[in-house]
Design a protein around this ligand. Structure first.
Ligand SMILES: Cc1ncc(COP(=O)(O)O)c(C=O)c1O
Length: 433
């Protein structure tokens, strides 16, 4: 690493100097020969899907679906794994499987991908946004508690960026108020919470298998649960529930609106191979993230990711916090200079409550349904100010590096570190000098 005088002697790339990173990083690709062979075998079998949406031995899918689900049960240590054609579908099935009534409230983080909250609205239930913890970005149990009303039915805990939410604290609240917990672990397969795979401590959890995650099947998702009844309800919602209810007399019929959420044989064949690779892929990303954190830790006004006690972090994203009182310049200014050096960072993530849909309460039709319906509590607020921590981060302090976007080497990480130090040497050291 060059020293500060050497870095200062260079011209910033945004001012016409040589960028630190001159060759774009290689795009992340977790697929290999194993997946190609697996796909070829399915192609040769001629069976790309084997689901039937009626009560039949094929109701639960074909051989690759069942094999992948069995592998997921073993890997994640759960009784049931249910594949779905996206994790969005998995979230919709999860909310529907709970005994949810229109107007019931589900407390969710605003700092998540939009599907965490729309899965709630799909059942005419109401998302209530609780604030996030300022270091882990996960839902803050104290804010969850403060948002509980007589309508609250469940908590949606999102394991954002790659580490689990505080499950012990959330479970204590859930037990006290008789709530269910859904874990949206889209971004954190392979992470652990107190020795258990993230997501498996919730009543229902699961993972995304879309193309920008650690492992993927193009599109796809896996639901996990240890609850037999919930598992069966989700399998029904996955595959046209209403059509098979006459054959399933014991099943309560509420929320048995079915969909086609089925994942195909090719995707499951790929998933079987990808799952075998997950521990090694996660270990390598953890190594790179720790190297990056070590290289950035001493920069003035920059906080590297915090891993909560009991957690392992799989670094889907590598979140950073900028203290502008120390840097003397905004995160946008820093991000612009870093981009010119070849390091592209996200300057915002999400504040879902500020999306037009929530601000205007327009979802189904034009008249505010379901918020204005008689079954809903009319006073749910999405005003700016309800989640001050999440709002401040989006506005002022958060910067994120997409660790899962690239296949990085140690040398690549060292270049990223050098780019940060160069930018800091010019923009931060100069101001604090
Ligand atoms: C936190 C979170 N929840 C839900 C989803 C939706 O998953 P999918 O794209 O598989 O539908 C994503 C996808 O990026 C996500 O990051």
């Amino acid at each position: 690493m060059k020293n500060i005088d050497e870095l200062r002697a260079q011209t910033l790339a945004e001012a016409g100097g040589q960028p630190v990173i001159q060759t774009p990083f290689q795009r992340y690709n977790s697929l290999g020969k194993e997946e190609q062979v697996a796909v070829q075998q399915v192609m040769e079998s001629g069976v790309l899907s084997q689901f039937l949406g009626c009560w039949h031995e094929d109701f639960y899918g074909g051989s690759k679906v069942r094999e992948f689900e069995a592998d997921c049960c073993e890997f994640f240590g759960v009784k049931h794994a249910i594949t779905v054609n996206s994790w969005t579908s998995g979230l919709i099935a999860a909310v529907g499987a709970l005994d949810i009534e229109p107007g019931d409230e589900v407390i969710v983080s605003p700092w998540t991908m939009c599907a965490s909250a729309t899965a709630i609205l799909q059942w005419n239930a109401i998302p209530v946004f609780a604030d996030i913890d300022p270091l882990t970005f996960n839902i803050d149990p104290a804010s969850v508690r403060a948002n509980i009303t007589e309508k609250t039915k469940a908590i949606m805990a999102v394991d954002i960026f790659g580490q689990s939410a505080d499950m012990d604290a959330l479970r204590a609240i859930a037990d006290e108020f008789d709530l269910k917990i859904i874990s949206d672990t889209a971004q954190a397969p392979g992470a652990f919470y107190k020795g258990k795979p993230a997501s498996t401590l919730a009543d229902i959890g699961g993972y995304s298998l879309n193309y920008h995650k650690h492992i993927h099947t193009g599109e796809g998702g896996v639901i996990v649960t240890n609850d037999d009844a919930l598992a069966e309800r989700m399998r029904l919602i996955r595959n046209h529930a209403e059509a098979v209810l006459p054959d399933r007399e014991a099943m309560p019929i509420n929320n048995m609106l079915g969909y086609n959420f089925r994942l195909g044989e090719i995707e499951c064949a790929i998933g079987i191979e990808q799952l075998k690779k997950l521990p090694a892929l996660v270990a390598s990303r953890q190594h790179l993230a720790e190297r990056l954190a070590d290289g950035l830790r001493d920069l003035v006004g920059l906080t590297v990711p915090t891993v909560a006690e009991g957690n392992s972090h799989v670094y889907y994203m590598f979140p950073l916090l900028v203290d502008t009182t120390q840097t003397g310049c905004s995160k946008h200014e820093l991000a612009r200079a870093l981009k010119a050096e070849g390091v592209e960072l996200a300057t915002v993530y999400q504040n879902l409550h500020l999306l037009p849909m929530y601000q205007q309460k327009i979802a189904y039709g034009h008249h505010g349904f379901p918020w204005t319906a008689e079954f809903a509590r009319q006073s749910v607020s999405y005003d700016k100010g309800i989640c001050p921590v999440a709002e401040e981060m989006n506005d002022t302090s958060y910067l994120g590096f997409g660790m899962c976007t690239f296949s990085l080497s140690d040398d690549d990480v060292d270049l990223i570190i050098e780019a940060f130090h160069k930018v800091w040497a010019h923009k931060v050291a100069s101001r604090s000098a």
